[in-house]
Design a protein around this ligand. Structure first.
Ligand code: FES
Ligand SMILES: [Fe+2]
Length: 391
């Protein structure tokens, strides 16, 4: 997207948001939708969804800025899968099972770093940055094996829009462009590959769907986040764009109404709206305040009532001055509070009541269109018996 197209896109969002603000409206669906609570609790269904959705679809597993140079790597244990992501000498990011091909030891136990080779802690077999097995300690005594067949087990991996995408259940290549569809352009405008990773942490949260529902609506912003992120945005005002299963949510900032007093040539739309990009099924990128951005990867836990969220706090550039540092620290503390002490605290209480029998179904309002879409897309992917249709 050219800079002019990008500007027009943001202007259009600001116009739509302003119209909602003036009319006290929001983007809506046609009808209230209901969902049996079983969809949140049934263990069999949960396992099927983990496999069908989380092990089959491309997931955002890393940001390009986590491994910018050849030899940069990171490990992650996601959905019962130990992963090693490493950038090769050819500049290509690859994903492997972080498991030694001799007898299954966890090859790399560091979280991240830069290395020429990976040496297994058990018997010191050595792999290079492309995952090839390059040497074996005591190979003469061990005996002949075909080393070229004993490289690390690869998973399908692609890099796009500053994000490294991996399918956890397959080495079969996928087409990231068709999977992202129109969302790719939108993600690219974020220029995620040029941000600075300021902080990264892991949060324990409620079940997958309870958690994701909260990322996908603005209806709760005033009541839950009045002291944090809700201070800056208008509650229950949503402008929604969808790109297949992916969704871009636009929120109005409290200053939005001031646009009505300005001619459009003077508008700076990003001063008055906030964007949240949601990539199905588990990535949320929120540009909440100016130079800061929150990236969240939500992974379903072993049971339906828990998730693990990797939260990354980005700043537009590395904070250098006291002022920049404290602004970034404040942002980081605020989003941690908003998510951990507000969203997830509430979500964990939902989990405590979810099997009480109070609800046989949950309701998604007309003003919660992104939540409705999300559950419709879950149903869509669960319906497909054959291969996922990437478009
Ligand atoms: S398990 Fe890795 S070298 Fe033996
Ligand atoms: Fe929230």
């Amino acid at each position: 997207m050219s800079a002019a197209e990008q500007h027009e896109d943001l202007m259009d969002l600001a116009r739509r948001a302003l119209a909602h603000q003036q009319n006290h409206t929001t983007d809506m669906t046609e009808a209230v939708m209901s969902m049996p609570v079983d969809a949140y609790t049934d263990p069999g269904r949960y396992q099927a969804e983990r496999t069908r959705i989380f092990k089959t679809l491309p997931l955002a597993m890393a940001l390009t800025i986590e491994l910018p140079e050849p030899g940069d790597f990171k490990t992650i244990y996601a959905m019962d899968t130990p992963l090693l992501l490493v950038r090769g000498d050819d500049g290509v990011a690859r994903a492997f099972l972080n498991v030694c091909r001799h007898r299954g030891a966890r090859l790399c136990e560091s979280d991240a770093g830069n290395t020429r080779t990976f040496s297994c802690p058990y018997h010191a077999w050595v792999y290079d940055r492309q995952g090839e097995l390059v040497s074996r300690y005591g190979s003469k005594t061990f005996g002949e094996v075909n080393q070229s067949e004993l490289g690390l087990a690869p998973l399908a991996c692609a890099e796009a829009a500053g994000i490294i995408w991996v399918t956890l259940g397959s080495a079969e290549p996928f087409d990231i462009d068709s999977w992202l569809g129109g969302m790719k352009d939108k993600l690219e405008t974020l220029e995620l590959d040029s941000w600075h990773l300021f902080d990264k942490r892991e949060l324990v949260g409620p079940g997958w769907k309870v958690t994701m529902d909260g990322y996908l609506e603005i209806y709760h912003h005033n009541s839950v986040h009045g002291a944090t992120v809700g201070q800056h945005t208008i509650g229950n005002l949503l402008v929604l764009d969808t790109f297949g299963p992916h969704q871009r949510l636009t929120l109005g900032r409290r200053t939005l109404g001031s646009l009505a007093e300005e001619t459009e040539e003077n508008w700076e739309p990003l001063q008055h709206i906030r964007l949240v990009h949601n990539c199905f099924p588990n990535l949320s990128i929120s540009g909440i305040l100016g130079d800061h951005c929150l990236v969240s990867q939500i992974f379903p836990g072993p049971t339906p009532d828990t998730t693990s969220t990797i939260q990354m706090v980005l700043s537009a550039r590395k904070p250098e001055t006291e002022e920049e540092l404290s602004a970034t620290e404040n942002f980081s503390a605020m989003v941690l509070q908003a998510v951990q002490d507000e969203d997830y605290r509430l979500g964990l209480l939902i989990q405590e009541g979810i099997t009480s029998g109070a609800n046989h179904e949950f309701l998604y309002g007309k003003n919660e269109p992104a939540v409705q879409n999300y559950h419709n897309w879950i149903a869509h992917f669960m319906r497909q018996e054959a291969d996922i249709n990437w478009t």
